[in-house]
Design a protein around this ligand. Structure first.
Ligand SMILES: [Zn+2]
Length: 569
């Protein structure tokens, strides 16, 4: 926002976005977001802290002595003169404001960068202050929240400023090891060394609406490549589309989103810390049938009729279940490698008050929705997003619930180029040893490797009208019958219904659906699903992690031919 004239400075501002003349007090009340066009004006660090932290909760960290001008740098002005001017101009000692605070009642350590101070550049003092904040988070066992605004490393401090990227990252690694949540909030602009370290190597990356982030700035890219950059390049929406950030959040919603994430992490930590009770019945039961006794199976249904029910366009999707069976879903996006696959959705949510990480395939009800979500066929980026969320859940002590509904993994050329097979393989591997409880529910189609990439779990549940198979009935018929119209016979031969798979031990429990099927009563189906997941999850929560993983591996060791598993007619 540009002030109109010195005399009116206190009263009026002109919006940089739409040029509206705005009453300053009104603009401040609106968190410096233009009420006309929604442009987010840059905030200085004290204003940002005031907006984010609970009132009167911020306590600055004590300043540490840091060497000023470590390499005696002089350009047209000696560096100490530039520092002095920045201090006078901003009233700040350095380009970051650090302390402890509360957000939504939850204690955190907080570092907020200030772009006014030498472009928010990362020098030794800034690196030291942010590292000290991370160390304070570790000592207090609280999450770390970083608000970034920076042009990059501070060249006046030479290679020593470059080293700050590693110094701060190392402190973040310490928080990861301790299972403490780290969140960065990217504000405009975040570039260079800050973008390439602690702005993006945190657990969750939020981009404020209007923020731009990148490694190289637009001017550098144009100079080096001669390319014309497209509209919206490096904006928050661009970053979301390309898998770089978990979400784009308008300023008004930042506190709310942070509060939800902090609450989930806090609950996960409490759960993870709870001492295991070795004498408790649940801890000594075998992995199979731990909850419901022997696998349950309903009356026989024709396999082909079940396939058709599983594919019914009205069947509840993962997002439907997240709306109904779970509460407070905060969706996390992106694989951090270049894409956000719409066929897999995931994020933190609550089930019966307990935070969990939910990851599932997303289809849709209309043709447009189905196309938008690639019919629930995940790309390698989708599998990598799922993997990132599984590992995040394990670090934070959150159980994982997966909802499987896919005809199969994306079989396209681009998926092959990006390593579809390896992406699936990596998820299977990661799930076998994931140190947190995992419940998988086959809710619709459990198609082949794409399904298993989310279904290596402690308990595998399956909805009554879901199917789970190594290949689609059509695919099987085309290969073995040389006739895809033999799909109904193939469906019967493949033993892909919940009843069959309970008998085979592939599935532990069948989740009943309202009559005649879930699409006739989605709310009823959601209630049954929520109840089944909660009942299966509860006994796993007290099992020590090592035992949990050992049992999971045992569960998937029992399918060999030597185990004498056979189809009972
Ligand atoms: Zn405006």
């Amino acid at each position: 926002m540009t002030t109109t004239a010195p005399r009116d400075e206190q009263l009026w501002s002109r919006c940089d976005g739409c040029a509206s003349l705005l009453y300053r007090k009104r603009l401040r009340r609106n968190l410096d977001v233009c009420p006309e066009c929604g442009a987010h004006a840059r905030l200085d660090a004290p204003d940002r802290v005031a907006q984010l932290a609970d009132p009167d909760s911020f306590t600055p960290l004590p300043d540490r002595p840091v060497r000023v001008d470590p390499i005696d740098f002089v350009d047209t002005l000696p560096y100490p003169n530039r520092l002095g001017a920045a201090r006078t101009g901003t009233g700040m000692h350095e380009a970051v404001l650090c302390g402890t605070a509360r957000i939504g009642g939850q204690p955190i350590a907080l570092a907020v960068m200030d772009f006014r101070f030498l472009g928010g550049s990362l020098g030794c003092a800034v690196g030291e202050l942010i590292t000290a904040t991370a160390e304070r988070a570790l000592a207090d066992e609280v999450p770390l929240v970083l608000v970034t605004a920076s042009g990059g490393a501070r060249m006046q401090e030479g290679a020593l400023s470059l080293m700050q990227m590693a110094t701060v990252s190392q402190a973040i690694a310490g928080l990861r090891e301790a299972g403490l949540l780290t969140v960065s909030v990217i504000t405009d602009p975040t570039y260079g060394g800050v973008a390439a370290s602690f702005a993006t190597n945190t657990d969750v990356v939020l981009a404020e609406s209007g923020a731009r982030m990148g490694f190289a700035g637009p001017r550098v890219i144009r100079q080096v490549t001669g390319a014309t950059l497209p509209e919206g390049f490096q904006t928050a929406e661009f970053l979301l589309r390309h898998g770089q950030v978990d979400m784009v959040v308008p300023r008004h919603a930042l506190r709310g989103r942070l509060t939800a994430l902090l609450a989930a992490a806090q609950a996960g930590r409490r759960a993870a810390r709870r001492p295991a009770l070795p004498r408790q019945a649940s801890a000594s039961r075998p992995a199979t049938g731990a909850v419901a006794g022997p696998p349950t199976a309903g009356p026989e249904r024709d396999a082909w009729a079940t396939v058709r029910a599983a594919r019914h366009p009205g069947r509840p999707t993962t997002l439907d279940y997240l709306e109904t069976a779970f509460d407070g879903f905060v969706e996390l996006h992106g694989d951090r490698l270049g894409a956000d696959c719409p066929a897999i959705v995931g994020g933190v949510a609550r089930l019966g008050g307990r935070p969990v990480m939910v990851i599932g395939h997303q289809k849709g009800h209309t043709t447009a929705e189905l196309v938008a979500h690639n019919f629930g066929m995940a790309s390698p980026a989708g599998h990598r997003k799922a993997l990132r969320l599984m590992r995040l859940a394990a670090r934070l002590g959150l159980p994982v619930v997966t909802l499987v509904d896919t005809p199969g993994a994306d079989p396209g050329m681009s998926a092959e180029r990006q390593g579809q097979a390896a992406a699936i393989a990596e998820n299977i591997l990661a799930l076998t040893v994931l140190p947190t409880p995992v419940i998988a529910v086959i809710t619709g189609e459990g198609g082949s490797g794409g399904a298993l990439a989310l279904a290596v779990a402690d308990r595998v549940l399956m909805l009554e009208n879901a199917v789970y198979s190594v290949i689609s009935p059509e695919g099987c018929a085309a290969i073995l019958w040389s006739d895809s119209s033999a799909a109904p016979q193939a469906a019967r031969a493949l033993r892909l219904t919940a009843a069959d798979l309970c008998r085979l031990g592939v599935v532990d429990e069948m989740v009943p659906e309202p009559r005649p099927a879930a699409h006739d009563d989605p709310a009823g189906a959601a209630e049954l699903l929520g109840r089944a997941v909660a009942a299966n999850l509860a006994p796993l929560l007290d099992v020590p992690t090592a035992t949990l993983v050992r049992r999971r591996r045992h569960r998937f060791r029992r399918y060999g031919a030597a185990q004498g598993m056979g189809v009972h007619q």
